[in-house]
Design a binder for this molecule. Structure first.
Ligand SMILES: Nc1ncnc2c1ncn2[C@@H]1O[C@H](COP(=O)(O)OP(=O)(O)OP(=O)(O)O)[C@@H](O)[C@H]1O
Length: 701
């Protein structure tokens, strides 16, 4: 029978497993982290409608056991049933609505108000607006919470703890799991929390398991389990434990139990701290020690119950729930709303980055100092005329003597020296009108240039400016006959692009993709790593949100951010900096969005594999520069030597940048291999990253 006002009972729950009287049954449970065995053949029974105080010193494995009970961690041996079925069993609402979980770290969103927090969990549990409002009113009164509009970050430690408890109680769960709710709490509040718990279980419909290492406070529990080194030393009502050991306090009884346990362990040859390394104990001895010295009943039915599941239920269980995705997306939007400055920064950052790139990279250097040694004195000389065609904004001419000019270039004051012989004008005229001239005339009629080539860009710019000046000079002097002194190579109008195409034009498509990709990587990795560190991901998971739903919700919210970023990015690129786009704007946007999604997927891989934000940042930064350099974004991929070129071509942005250049500058569509290849590679990486993130998450459970 379902208790009134509680969750609906699952009609598919097996009736023969004897779980009616026990809310939780753990039998022969083992769990290790690497070689450290944290839970050793542990047996525990939480009776229905009772408070179970799980006691034990720090590090004895209480949190690990609770995580196993809610299905957050898999057990390596034994079996657990929670409210009739194993945790995370398809179709079972543990994790989910049946269980209220208050983790040890408070796991609350700082930017939320009390009301936002409770609404968030209400949405996840599928409560109607009316029910949620009613529960919020009740909990604010019941837990003596401050005004519902107060931000969590402005609450005191005790108030936060009560909000966290409220979030666990919100949906009237059948099972309440509280991990050290009283740690760091003043005695008055501690007494209040216990008083609340006693009230909650009064009807016999709600069961509570609460961990604490303040042993004495658990005298208010109906049953206590005394845990040490991953084992349960005793499980009985507090009075029975004390009576059995003839002690006045639970603490003394616990000490006696520890001593007896140590004696048993030393007989069996275990390590002094009582923990065993994985595989160091035979299953026989493991089973012996698993029997608590004092237990609720003599019959510990260790036989594993069998559960079957209909494929339809399994399929329904696998399909992401829109309700959870919507709740998570609303959560992200509320958080964004509470951080408008950060949101604007997020939106504008790509546009700022691309603007800086267009302003600072690829343009002509300005005001380059060049020394001019002119041995012609006449004002009407051709040397002066030629110099007048030199672009004054880029090249600043300084007239000097031969010795001063060379001393200056050696001292780094000038980037070049232009030398004109004293007969430059007459020799140049001869060169231009006569077909056969002597070497002396050719030399004397040339501008001699000495350059500082330590800065290639400036040196090439100077050469380019001199050639442009000479062409303008010749055109001015010879008019239609200027072709006589031109090179016998004629550059016609380019098929694609224009003669004035600069380096900025080459870099921009790759830079757009790289900026979008890395911002998505950074934001995703940081948000997930921080949420996991603060216990928020775990808390949502216990509330019934699957990893897949978390990922999808993040993807959809991030897509909104990426869309705004891309609109601003393209507005600046195309309209302000006039980077040409000859192709389909739709394809341009699609490719950038897909690269953003690939960035999100890569961010998920980082956050799945790495636990702290510093290492996640280092991983993202460590990959940023090599990828930027090797992807052919800054310099043509054709310059990369083999076999590094193969690596370059396999990276997510190499073919994608090429595809974007082809769309924007050649106007190509998906029928061209160089375009569709960019899309295929992007989608391939996307899929690979998503699979990798899922596998890592699964392996780490
Ligand atoms: N993810 C993990 N990886 C490796 N070791 C872990 C991990 N989680 C817990 N442990 C180890 O397992 C042991 C039990 O930890 P657990 O958090 O369950 O203890 P606890 O009894 O809840 O302690 P406390 O009362 O201080 O919270 C500790 O030695 C801890 O270092």
């Amino acid at each position: 029978m379902c208790p009134e006002g509680m969750m609906k009972c699952d009609p598919e729950a097996p009736s023969s497993q004897g779980s009616v009287e026990s809310a939780i049954r753990c039998r022969d449970v083992c769990r290790s982290f690497g070689k450290l065995k944290v839970l050793s053949s542990l047996n525990l029974t939480v009776p229905q409608g009772r408070i179970y105080g799980l006691l034990g010193p720090s590090g004895c494995g209480k949190t690990t056991l609770l995580k196993c009970i809610v299905g957050m961690l898999k057990i390596s041996r034994g079996h657990i049933t929670v409210l009739g079925k194993p945790p995370a069993f398809p179709g079972h609402e543990v994790p989910g609505k049946m269980v209220g979980f208050m983790p040890q770290d408070l796991a609350l969103y700082d930017e939320f108000t009390i009301s936002d927090t409770l609404w968030f969990f209400g949405r996840i549990h599928g409560l109607s607006s009316k029910d949620t409002e009613a529960r919020i009113d009740f909990l604010i009164d019941f837990l003596n919470l401050p005004q519902r509009t107060r931000l969590v970050r402005n609450l005191s430690g005790g108030q936060r703890r009560r909000v966290s408890l409220g979030a666990a109680l919100l949906q009237k769960p059948q099972l309440l799991i509280l991990d050290e709710p009283t740690v760091g709490v003043d005695p008055v509040l501690r007494a209040k929390i216990w008083q609340h718990l006693v009230e909650i279980v009064k009807g016999g419909q709600v069961s509570v398991i609460i961990t604490t290492h303040y042993i004495e406070e658990a005298r208010q529990a109906n049953v206590v389990g005394l845990m040490r080194n991953g084992r349960l030393l005793a499980e009985a009502p507090p009075d029975t434990v004390m009576k059995q050991h003839s002690t006045a306090t639970l603490e003394c009884a616990f000490l006696q139990l520890c001593e007896s346990s140590d004696q048993t362990l030393s007989k069996n040859g275990s390590t002094p701290d009582g923990r065993e390394k994985e595989g160091s104990q035979s299953s026989e001895s493991c089973r012996d020690e698993s029997q608590p010295i004092l237990s609720l009943g003599s019959e510990l039915d260790t036989e594993e119950p069998k559960f079957t599941v209909d494929w339809k239920v399994r399929a329904r269980h696998m399909i992401p729930k829109w309700r959870n995705i919507a709740a998570l997306m609303i959560k992200t939007m509320v958080r964004m709303k509470r951080m408008p400055g950060f949101l604007c920064f997020q939106f504008l950052l790509p546009a700022i980055q691309i603007s800086l790139m267009c302003l600072c990279i690829g343009g002509d250097p300005l005001g380059i100092q060049v020394a001019v040694v002119n041995n012609e004195t006449s004002q009407s000389s051709l040397s002066r005329s030629l110099l007048s065609f030199l672009d004054n904004t880029s090249v600043h001419q300084v007239a000097l003597s031969h010795s001063e000019a060379f001393a200056g270039i050696r001292d780094g004051e000038y980037w070049g020296v232009l030398g004109f012989g004293k007969n430059f004008s007459s020799y140049l005229m001869k060169r231009m009108v006569q077909t056969r001239v002597s070497l002396e005339v050719a030399e004397g009629g040339s501008v001699h240039v000495w350059q500082d080539f330590t800065n290639r860009q400036i040196a090439l710019m100077l050469q380019n400016k001199l050639q442009e000046a000479f062409q303008a000079f010749v055109k001015n002097k010879l008019g239609s006959r200027s072709y006589l002194v031109s090179l016998p190579i004629k550059f016609e109008e380019p098929i694609y692009g224009s003669n004035s195409t600069d380096f900025t034009t080459f870099v921009t498509p790759g830079a757009i993709l790289s900026i979008t990709f890395y911002l998505a990587v950074g934001l995703t990795a940081l948000s997930f790593v921080l949420e996991r560190k603060e216990g928020l991901l775990d808390r949502c998971w216990v509330a019934g949100v699957s990893s897949m739903e978390t990922m999808l919700a993040h993807l959809l919210s991030q897509l909104f951010v990426i869309s705004v970023q891309i609109i601003l990015l393209l507005l600046f690129t195309l309209l302000v900096f006039k980077i040409p786009n000859e192709g389909s704007l739709f394809l341009v946007i699609l490719l950038i969005v897909l690269q953003g999604v690939t960035g999100i997927s890569f961010g998920l891989v980082i956050s799945a594999a790495i636990d702290d934000e510093q290492s996640a940042n280092q991983a993202a930064l460590g990959i940023f520069y090599p990828n930027l350099i090797v992807s052919g974004i800054l310099w043509p991929v054709e310059c990369i030597p083999y076999p590094l070129r193969y690596i370059s071509l396999a990276l997510p942005q190499t073919y994608a940048s090429e595809a974007l250049r082809c769309i924007m500058y050649r106007g190509w569509g998906l029928s061209h291999m160089m375009v569709w290849r960019g899309f295929v590679v992007t989608l391939g990486w996307n899929t690979f990253f998503l699979i990798l993130a899922t596998v890592i998450l699964k392996l780490r459970t």
